[in-house]
Design a protein around this ligand. Structure first.
Ligand SMILES: NC(=O)c1ccc[n+]([C@@H]2O[C@H](COP(=O)([O-])OP(=O)(O)OC[C@H]3O[C@@H](n4cnc5c(N)ncnc54)[C@H](O)[C@@H]3O)[C@@H](O)[C@H]2O)c1
Length: 261
């Protein structure tokens, strides 16, 4: 059967996908699932050595991946990254903003500098990457942007810089729909709950059976699978979503202990 072409709105095959925070725990799952879907990975992290190690692991699985060092908060790094990536693979088709920090400071532990740092990494960084690649997506009339937000951005949370930055990131996501109106570009957020990465401390892991209706911690692969779907043409009408992947944790309000079988 002949391939159906919707002019200018069809995904290129084997996307060039740029992933920030690519050396991190969640990106183990994200990179793997995107790589197994046949995409070329442009792995970006502050920590080049860990990023290169992650790329080596992907290559050992037959995935095409390249490592780049960049601090997403530095405009000169982002500009250099865009140029380097273009030299290496040409256009970027999809951007996954996963770089982030969780600064476990409550109000009185914070000062303006520490609060601003978290906002810079978790919110200004994704903005900088989107701004850097937006014109390329518009020129191609196609693109996928996925911002890794958090359920901590959907409710109050003990660590205000994290909660505020992620709430901002989810609303940045929705706001950009206007800029990309009428194009084949979609912008979505993922809001993970407790995911099995080094970011999650033991105290939180211990609460999972009582706080998460599925009774289990989310595997980074599950986040990768959801993002892989968002990059497909089948997901072209999913736009501006804040996709919660938390085992139902934010959907229940419990004043009682769950029944156990
Ligand atoms: N682990 C969870 O349960 C969970 C839940 C919800 C959301 N998230 C979000 O998922 C994303 C990934 O988290 P993770 O658990 O993999 O954490 P992680 O700490 O393992 O990975 C984060 C990565 O971001 C990189 N990074 C930090 N600052 C950077 C900067 N300025 N420029 C470039 N890279 C930078 C780090 O070097 C690290 O490799 C984060 O945005 C986090 O907020 C995590």
């Amino acid at each position: 059967m002949a391939e159906q072409h919707i002019s200018g709105l069809e995904a290129p095959r084997g996307l060039n996908v740029l992933v920030t925070g690519a050396a991190g725990g969640m990106c183990r799952g994200i990179n793997k699932r995107l790589g197994l879907a046949g995409h070329t990975l442009l792995c970006v992290d502050l920590d080049l050595a860990r990023c290169q190690a992650a790329v080596e692991e992907l290559r050992a699985e037959g995935i095409t991946a390249h490592a780049f060092a960049a601090d997403v908060t530095r405009p000169d790094d982002v500009a250099r990254l865009r140029a380097d990536v273009k030299d290496m693979v040409g256009d970027v088709h999809a951007l996954i903003n996963a770089a982030g920090i969780l600064d476990r400071k409550m109000l009185l532990d914070h000062d303006v500098d520490s609060f601003s740092r978290a906002i810079n990494i978790n919110l200004v960084g994704p903005f900088a990457l989107i701004r850097a690649f937006a014109e390329d997506f518009i020129a191609a009339n196609w693109g996928r942007i996925v911002n890794v937000s958090s359920i901590a951005g959907t409710t109050g949370y003990p660590y205000p810089s994290y909660a505020a930055s992620k709430a901002g990131l989810s609303n940045l996501t929705r706001s950009l729909l206007v800029d990309f109106w009428g194009t084949g570009i979609t912008v979505n957020s993922i809001c993970p709950g407790v995911v099995d990465t080094p970011m999650v401390i033991q105290e939180v892991r211990d609460q999972v059976p009582n706080k998460v209706p599925t009774g289990r911690i989310v595997d980074p692969d599950e986040i990768g699978a959801a993002i892989a779907f968002l990059l497909t043409d089948d997901a072209r009408s999913i736009n501006g979503a804040d996709l919660v992947i938390d085992g139902g944790a934010t959907q229940v309000f419990r004043l009682f202990e769950p029944a156990r079988g």
